[in-house]
Ligand binder design. Sequence first.
Ligand code: APR
Ligand code: PHB
Length: 395
Amino acid sequence: MIESKTQVAIIGGGPSGMLLSLLLHQEGIDNVVLERSTREHVLSRIRAGVLEWSTVELLRRAGLGTRMDLEGHVHNGTRVAWGGAHTLLFDIHTYTDRHFMAYGQTAITEDLYQAHDALGSDVQHQVDQVELHDLTDQPYVTYTINGQAHRLNCEVIAGCDGFHGVSRGAIPASVQRNFEKVYPFGWMGVLSETPPLDDIWYIQHPDGFALASQRSPMLSRYYVQCDLNDRVQDWSDERFWQTLLERMPPELAASVVTGPSIEKSIAPLRSFVTEPMRYGQLFLVGDAAHIVPPTGAKGLNLAMSDVYYLWRALVGRYRENSEHLADRYSQVALKRVWDTTRFSWWVTTLLHRFPDQTDFDMRTRLSELQYMSESPVAMHQLAEQYGGFPIEDWG
Ligand code: APR
Ligand code: PHB
């Protein structure tokens, strides 16, 4: 058994774990990241790409602004189309004075790994059999690398290991409560080296939802709602483009540049929240504690506000000898989690076709879209939520 020690053991080297690690290093707080996959695998994952302004500011604060500010596409609003002819601008900037940015999570992960390379930080890949111990006293983590057993003694464990990680399961069932909703459809996503539309478009159609998004001037991301049982091989490029264009209003469809896909994947949709987000010295962060359906692209943004809160809480502990913020972590993080979970559920319900949906359900959804396009009050409310729920100022 190889034994070592650190202040903060971070389980998971996705965006949550890597950003937390970077911010802690910058404050002189010692930490080690334990990641199950290879670096190549982590860097190849394609996820959403819309950043709330608070996320942009946090990434800049961590020193990750250079490439993001160069390549990210700043937007004032986003667009919705329904009924084949109606369109609506969600005017985020007019109502909230805020922008948002299209910049892919894959690029953020690359920027994070580069910053860690420059720092020479301790990121262990291909760790196996990770187990968390003694959470309410003197915590430690055991794991193996290439069959070799390790023990990492620490003061805090940050569970940043995503929805399928082990951290959440280390909290005793007697104190844990889980909330879940699984949606009866998936998203078929395509990446193509074609110029994207100027705006991000959400499309409601009787056959199902569609979304046009962007990564860079020559890289587009599109999605269509698909069946839960569909497999990627059921979706030829031709079928994908035809489905997407049929769901768009004709003038919009005419402006889409199609081309061969360079990546294709199907994602299921789920809402999930676990409570509490802290147990003893274990703090859950990001997807390890909550999942939202991708509509509205809130998953990464929510993970980033968790990271912010935990970072400030640990700076409070190690720099100011105060447990005040650490003690409030779960309660404050969960407030934003639930606000965002409700918004993501609502926008998913509004824009998708559910298998058991009646004509009545369809009409009430259309009426709601129409109402939003006519009422500045409804638009204001929507803009506030799409732009991002408030984050308490923890310094
Ligand atoms: N041990 C070590 N690492 C693990 C383990 C484990 N047992 N289980 C999972 N991991 C790693 C995964 O390989 C992954 O790299 O933890 C990482 C978790 O990363 P993400 O799933 O990306 O989660 P997170 O970092 O919280 O990122 C926020 O919000 O909605 C999403 O798309 C968004 O992925 C983004 C996420
Ligand atoms: C994406 O670009 O992948 C994206 C954009 C907006 C969403 C969801 C995903 O609401």
